[in-house]
Design a protein around this ligand. Structure first.
Ligand SMILES: [Fe+2]
Length: 497
């Protein structure tokens, strides 16, 4: 029997920054109160409840499986990134600010292991040296004392927390932020440094990237808050930057995601623009300007000139997938009728069908259920996909006014029939569900969905595996986490097989 874990003993274990929790008794005690949240509070709803960051970096093995069973042939790791500010922020705008923290669940031989680590960005190191937050919000940046930066560091008013996404490409794990440099991470979540994609300088790119199904090339988008130029980088399957091309928009524009098809890059730019003058006047640097309209650019992958299409404005944070069907381009996405970080119109899932020859498009809806974070079987990215997985919110969550992006149900949409199936987690919050291919592949939905859930009553988190073919059935496995896993953004399954 394991001895009791006193607070002093626990802190001794964690003096080097990580708690090694090796038995059920120890980690249960740690989760029950010894693992501290950050030592500050904030009234911002996106810094409260399960949005409140955790400070402790924890290791735990042999996680309890509280229902179901981990498939014996499943081998890999689910990594999920999210904003987790270490210091009480000066200004905070969800989901644009924070320090990255990656929560990883490693699965092998029917067992699960947990590890979480901060992404040790240059920005976080500056704040650790200062012992406090020094950067303002992304939407309201302020001056930062240049003496806080070490020789070789680049003084900046904008924090790079590398908290939005984590992907694997070219054998490297990369923690991504929004339109800035990214950080290479080890398999055990150590921060290795800025990612250069084989070049001499760190590569600037966005949080969402698309991998071509034939070549394995990764296409990455870089926009700027200073200039209206949007760049697309092509990074080959070995992780080397091959070339960059660019298009021009009327103003510097925020573009969180884009779509790749077999022969095109598809840029859909709603008029969420950066306005430095507005920021100087104390307003948000990000402004919704419907008068500018929306521009769609179809960029042939063979290097041909872009085909531009204009339309009535709306905004897209996330696309599920895009593909070619005959002479048309199909884009599945979540539509926001305007750009708003909080209290905006209800985002719903849509399908856009583009006719490049006519330079026109039409939009069709599937349901009016609120949603975001749509995902497909990533092995079929840029190819025709039938099934989309996305979270929604139902009345079974006992929270009257949950903050933005709180969901409790996973939907599976069959885009051929329009039929939805669902897994309602009741009074548990669920985040983005990533696809996990079953060994052997096969049908498009032959896999699992993996997501973190959160129980507000127990203030505890689980990792849930659903069968993607039958999401309405009880979970394949529910794995108890050794500490609360805060609300995050994007994650991916990285297969070991
Ligand atoms: Fe995103």
């Amino acid at each position: 029997m394991s001895p009791p874990l006193t607070r002093r003993a626990f802190h001794r274990m964690t003096l080097c920054g990580a708690a090694l929790i090796g038995s059920h008794a120890l980690w249960r005690q740690a989760r029950a109160g010894e693992v501290a949240d950050v030592p500050w509070t904030d009234n911002d709803p996106h810094l409260s409840g399960n949005f409140l960051p955790v400070l402790r970096e924890v290791d735990a093995r042999d996680l309890p499986v509280i229902s179901g069973k981990i498939p014996a042939d499943l081998r890999g790791v689910y990594m999920r990134n999210g904003p987790n500010p270490e210091f009480k922020p000066i200004g905070y705008t969800y989901p644009l600010d924070g320090d990255g923290m990656i929560h990883a669940v490693y699965i092998q031989d029917g067992k699960a292991r947990y590890r979480n680590r901060f992404v040790k960005t240059e920005s976080l190191m500056v704040e650790r040296r200062a012992g406090r937050a020094v950067f303002g919000s992304f939407t309201h940046p302020g001056p930062v004392d240049p003496s806080l930066f070490l020789p070789g560091e680049v003084p900046s008013r904008i924090k790079n927390g590398a908290f939005v996404n984590i992907i694997q490409h070219g054998g490297r794990l990369i923690a991504l932020n929004e339109a800035t440099t990214s950080y290479e991470i080890s398999a055990e979540l150590d921060t290795l440094g800025l990612w250069t994609a084989g070049g001499s300088e760190p590569l600037r790119l966005g949080a969402h990237n698309r991998r071509h199904p034939r070549t394995g090339d990764l296409y990455a988008l870089e926009y700027s808050w200073r200039t209206p130029t949007v760049k697309f980088h092509r990074i080959n399957s070995s992780g080397l930057l091959m070339n960059t091309r660019s298009v021009e928009l009327p103003m510097p524009t925020m573009i969180h995601d884009f779509v790749l098809t077999e022969h095109y890059l598809v840029l859909i730019a709603g008029p969420a623009v950066f306005d430095v003058q507005a920021a100087k006047a104390g307003q948000s640097m990000l402004q919704w300007r419907p008068d500018i309209g929306m521009r769609i650019a179809l960029l042939p992958l063979d290097g041909g000139a872009p085909n531009w299409i204009e339309g009535e404005p709306f905004f897209v944070f996330h696309f599920a997938n895009g593909f070619e069907r005959g002479q048309q381009i199909v884009v599945d996405y979540v539509q926001h009728d305007k750009f708003a970080l909080t209290h905006g119109p209800t985002p719903t899932f849509k399908r856009m069908t583009i006719d490049p020859a006519q330079r026109s498009f039409k939009v069709a809806g599937f349901s009016n259920e609120v949603t975001e974070f749509p995902r497909v079987n990533h092995l079929r990215e840029a190819l025709p996909t039938r099934f989309v997985y996305m979270p929604t919110l139902t009345s079974s969550l006992n929270e009257a006014n949950p903050p933005t992006a709180v969901f409790n149900t996973v939907l599976k949409l069959d885009t051929e029939t329009g039929r939805y199936t669902r897994h309602d987690f009741g009074n548990h919050i669920v985040g983005e569900a990533a696809f996990v291919p079953k060994p052997g592949g096969g049908q498009e939905d032959n896999g699992y969905l993996v997501a973190f859930t959160y129980d507000p009553e127990r203030q505890a988190s689980n990792l849930v595996l659903l069968d993607a073919g039958r999401i309405e059935e009880p979970p394949v496995a529910v794995i108890e986490m050794p500490q609360r896993v805060p609300q995050g953004l994007h994650g991916n399954w990285i297969s070991s097989s």
